[in-house]
Design a protein around this ligand. Structure first.
Ligand code: NI
Ligand code: MN
Length: 228
């Protein structure tokens, strides 16, 4: 069994695992880094970390077109239902559920979560996915550094997907410290260089992380994939 992670720019990811197609934080329309448009993607499940517009993105239209089940916190799922999304699965921080694609747990994130229309979006989250073949993928979401990343790392992380853009999330310095807490085998950096405000040199960051930790960093470009 193989797993394939595709970066669509900013925090938008595709994950193919065990024959299931997941989309995470599907922000295509208005995303200057997106290599494809929202109407060219489809999914079985859509995962949303928090309510901000650059993460909820095109979730409503993609869910309606593809019939995907949207997984997020309780408040965001209620909001999506009000937008006409038919299938949602609400979870909350610390809770896990066994889906056909694996066991998915919501993790802490230090951030905000207001929805695009100002509605309350609950608490922001990250995701810890245990795939059918037993690999643990940590999708941090938008977050600052927090010490309990060490607890997440204790689970044994195959791949950590971390924001490095600074300003709205961890920057390169704190993301390096996050790698030291999480001890993942592989790292993919995201949430950078979408706009000038969060420009970062991911290759330079990756070289530094590899020099100071045992992790292998994969600074893929929008549209590229990492298989593991
Ligand atoms: Ni955000
Ligand atoms: Mn964001």
């Amino acid at each position: 069994m193989s797993n394939k992670l595709t970066w669509y720019g900013h925090a938008t990811l595709g994950l193919e695992t065990g024959g299931h197609r997941l989309l995470i934080d599907p922000f295509f329309s208005g995303n200057p880094a997106a290599p494809v448009s929202a109407d060219s993607v489809s999914a079985d499940f859509i995962l949303i970390t928090h309510g901000h517009g650059d993460h909820v993105g095109d979730a409503v239209s993609i869910a309606k077109l593809s019939g995907a089940t949207v997984i997020s916190n309780f408040e965001i799922c209620n909001w999506l239902t009000a937008q006409g999304v038919e299938k949602t699965h609400p979870q909350h921080l610390g809770g896990g559920f066994k889906y056909p694609f694996g066991y998915l747990k919501l993790t802490l994130a230090l951030h905000g979560s207001a929805l695009p229309d100002g509605s309350y979006g609950g608490n922001p989250a990250g995701f810890l996915l245990t795939t059918q073949d037993g690999k643990k993928i940590y999708l941090a979401g938008d977050t600052g550094l927090f010490g309990d990343m060490k607890l997440i790392g204790e689970e044994g992380i195959e791949l950590a997907v971390l924001p490095i853009g600074d300003n709205f999330t961890m920057g390169p310095q704190d993301a390096l410290r996050a790698v030291k807490l999480l001890l993942p085998k592989h790292v993919v950096p995201i949430h950078y260089s979408t706009w000038g405000l969060i420009d970062q040199d991911a290759a330079a960051w990756g070289a530094r992380v590899e020099a100071e930790t045992g992790a292998k960093v994969h600074p893929i470009r929008p549209g590229e994939s990492f298989e593991f």
